[in-house]
Design a protein around this ligand. Structure first.
Ligand code: RUB
Length: 414
């Protein structure tokens, strides 16, 4: 089996055969380019891939297998690059992802080379799909895309361009305003001298703390580090920048520190119609422990986090991420008893196997699961704070229906 590529090319053609590769989101993908995916290409950018063995390729991040038929040359590179940044979590957090997606559609509208209205719309839809496919759990992403595409109107390319740009900018303004409004409402729940216990990093949650600090309230924070990506460090840094005393703890210490907390304060990636909160993995365990300790759980979530599909019985897809966020190749090799240094793939190991074949992923009996989010049932949540007020989770469906109606089209069907 044999692979061919040219360093630096955007698209890489592979000869016939079976290959395995890693992407940012799936640990290992096997594919047969000329069989399962005729004309498949691998999108790559220069040094983000490297050859591991004659028949397997290790990609460092953000590489996608895309059948040629689905590649629309009208999607501008800036959109592809935003999509890669979202997939690789260089852009992360539900509100920030929504903001970036709207900005990307604006860029698509500005730079599209379409010369007919139909081509402009087709390219815009392709851009929306490219963005949509990056992260499945944060519903703010399709909600943002739907909002912008619904505002695209006109009979000429110029009108379509102008309306899309205006709509994307309006979305971004409203997003920022909603977060400010939510912050003021959330701040009313916090008293002078309170200690909040946080999980992950949420700009909506921070907006509540910001508004309370602006009101002159003194606050302290216990910040969970939030394995595996440790977004708690971002929260700790941002709170320290505001002068808030921070105690950083490992996730496993949370129950012990709940007695020192007046509130648990988290954000959300999606809110389901029954009031369930989908947020960074570990939120549900924290909420259950908080209930047992009598600490109220407050969820800060703009209405852009409402998941309209859940009104018609759909469930929220939980993203699974690369196992190497949990276990490095070196750690995997150590657990598997593979005495060879996992980084040293060039030599032979103690049993004489070729170094190239004793990769760190060779132990198929060891499974690593890395779900990025979990579901907190409504009974463990005291209040969902939105820009439209605070709600007991069980009543959220009423506001959801008011905002979305019953229609849940795909964003590009708008
Ligand atoms: C981030 C996360 C945040 C929500 C809310 O997960 O779970 O709590 O997205 O954030 P990840 P915000 O780091 O995997 O994106 O309030 O900023 O929308």
């Amino acid at each position: 089996m044999f692979a061919e590529w040219n360093d630096g090319d955007e698209r890489v053609d592979f000869a016939c055969g079976t290959y395995s590769m890693r992407t940012a989101d799936c640990s290992v993908v096997r594919f047969e380019p000329r069989q399962r995916h005729p004309d498949a290409t691998v999108k790559a950018d220069g040094d983000r891939f490297r050859r591991e063995t004659a028949d397997s390729i290790l990609f460092s991040s953000g590489v996608q297998l895309v059948p040629m038929a689905e590649v629309d040359p009208g999607v501008v590179p800036a959109v592809e690059s935003t999509a890669e940044d979202i997939a690789a979590m260089r852009i992360r957090g539900a509100a920030t992802i929504a903001d970036a997606a709207a900005a990307a559609l604006e860029t698509q509208a500005e730079r599209a080379d379409a010369d007919t209205p139909a081509a402009f719309r087709r390219q815009l839809r392709a851009a929306a799909r490219t963005l949509y496919e990056t992260r499945p759990t944060a519903v703010s992403l399709p909600n943002a895309l739907r909002y912008v595409l619904r505002g695209t109107a006109g009979e000429t390319v110029a009108d379509l361009r102008a309306s899309t740009i205006a709509r994307a900018e309006q979305f971004q303004r409203e997003l920022a305003q909603a977060q400010d409004n939510l912050g003021e409402i959330g701040a009313n729940r916090l008293r002078d001298g309170d200690t909040v216990l946080t999980h992950c990093h949420s700009t909506d949650a921070l907006a509540c703390l910001d508004a309370a600090l602006e009101d002159g309230k003194a606050l302290e924070a216990i910040v969970k580090e939030t394995r595996p990506r440790k977004q708690g460090h971002i929260t700790a840094r941002e709170l320290r920048e505001r002068g808030v005393p921070v105690t950083l703890i490992v996730d496993n210490a949370a129950r012990r520190y709940l007695d020192d907390a007046d509130h648990v304060l988290v954000g959300a990636d999606s809110i389901a119609a029954d009031g369930s909160v989908i947020n960074k993995i570990g939120t549900s365990g924290l909420a259950v422990n908080a209930r047992e300790r009598g600490v109220p759980v407050m969820v800060a979530a703009q209405t852009i986090k409402f998941h309209p599909d859940t009104m018609t019985g759909h469930t929220v897809e939980i993203e699974s991420r690369d196992e190497r966020e949990v276990l490095t190749d070196e750690e995997r090799a150590a657990i598997s008893g593979d005495g060879a240094d996992a980084t040293d793939t060039g030599g032979a190991d103690a049993e004489g196997r070729d170094g190239d074949e004793s990769t760190a992923t060779s132990d198929e009996g060891l499974t690593v699961e890395n779900p990025a989010f979990d579901v907190t049932p409504p009974r463990y949540v005291d209040a969902i704070v939105t820009e439209r007020g605070q709600f007991p989770p069980e009543s959220i469906v009423i506001l959801m229906r008011e905002l979305f109606g019953e229609t849940t089209d795909e964003p590009w069907d708008a």
